[in-house]
Design a protein around this ligand. Structure first.
Ligand code: CP
Length: 315
């Protein structure tokens, strides 16, 4: 849990992790995102909520979905947006992250979305942020990706309703390197999921996660009768040694194929945070098939990020 993200009166000030975020807060964010999702469908899809406020995307790792959806979310709330160009910035001349934050705060920026390969970087910046300035974790190492956890919970809620306690959710794949898995686990446990299944090859599992769900060493048993099948990307860029024999071997043992998906409930939804390795962790036939909500997750991310920024800057 990150104590820094709550103010003394218990208000959410920054969003660093979903660990310790109360159920009522998660439900309020889902409710707000559901309302904001409707604004995207209107001919005039902008709200004045953050007029005069400035959001900075501070991404030290690549991103398509998170960075773009934060930008769109901010624009739809009438905020100004700076996409900080790390490669051309003075961080390359040795300026520290904290001095970078102070420099941008001096230009009266209000909210920073931070993605970094090192666990704890967003929390560090939150500790040094001025009063009134919010830090949102856009993904740090394998620690947390809280807005992905929220948009995933929102997507499940849209398909399966209010009662998370009756759902069987299988999270499958490279759990070891997945910040998404950790944030999903925190959100789903808090929202009441009792049958949470974690499936990974032994070398891609995290021993301490054995206490949060039932662990499986094969995908077939893990997805049997599941309501939600959440596939994870194989994160080769975070592997400092060869942890899998080959893509083909991984696909043969762990890939979600139509034949395997038939073991889940007929109305099961298939999720993936993206980017996908097609024919490695998921068959294209499944990714593009009728049970896939993968592109809906992307769209829901805009609404959820609108909800998070509104909550942090106006509550
Ligand atoms: N899901 C996710 O974080 O995707 P990006 O890396 O494209 O932002």
């Amino acid at each position: 849990m990150s104590a820094v993200q709550f103010s003394a009166d218990g208000r959410l000030r920054h969003l660093i992790t979903l660990e310790g975020v109360p159920r009522a807060e998660l439900e309020a964010l889902i409710e707000t995102a559901a309302a904001l999702r409707q604004t995207a469908l209107r001919p005039v899809n902008k709200l004045p909520t953050l007029r005069g406020r400035t959001v900075v995307n501070l991404f030290f790792e690549p991103s398509t979905r998170t960075r773009t959806s934060f930008e769109l979310a901010a624009v739809r709330l009438s905020a100004d947006v700076i996409n900080f160009d790390v490669g051309q910035s003075s961080t390359k001349k040795g300026e520290t992250l904290i001095d970078t934050l102070r420099t941008l705060e001096a230009m009266r920026c209000d909210l920073f979305v931070v993605r970094h390969k090192e666990n704890g970087t967003p929390a560090l910046l939150a500790e040094h942020a001025q009063a009134g300035v919010a830090i949102v974790n856009g993904g740090d190492g394998n620690h947390a990706h809280p807005t992905q956890g929220l948009l995933d919970a929102f997507t499940i809620h849209r398909h399966k309703g209010d009662d998370f306690s009756r759902l069987s959710v299988a999270i499958v794949g490279d759990i070891l390197h997945s910040r998404v898995a950790r944030s999903d686990i925190h959100a789903l446990k808090t929202l009441g999921v009792r049958d949470l299944r974690l499936a990974a090859p032994a070398q891609l599992l995290v021993p301490e996660l054995r206490s949060v769900g039932q662990v499986f060493d094969n995908i077939d048993e893990a997805i049997e009768g599941a309501d939600v099948v959440m596939m994870l990307r194989l994160q080769k860029e975070r592997m400092d040694q060869a942890l899998i024999a080959s893509d083909a071997a991984y696909y043969a043992e762990w890939g979600l194929t139509p034949e395997r998906l038939a073991r889940a409930r007929p109305d099961a939804i298939v999720m993936h945070p993206g980017p996908m390795n097609r024919e490695v962790e998921i068959a294209s036939e499944v990714a593009d098939g009728p049970q896939s909500v993968i592109l809906e997750q992307v769209g829901n991310g805009v609404a959820m990020r609108m909800a998070v920024m509104s909550r942090l800057l106006t509550a």
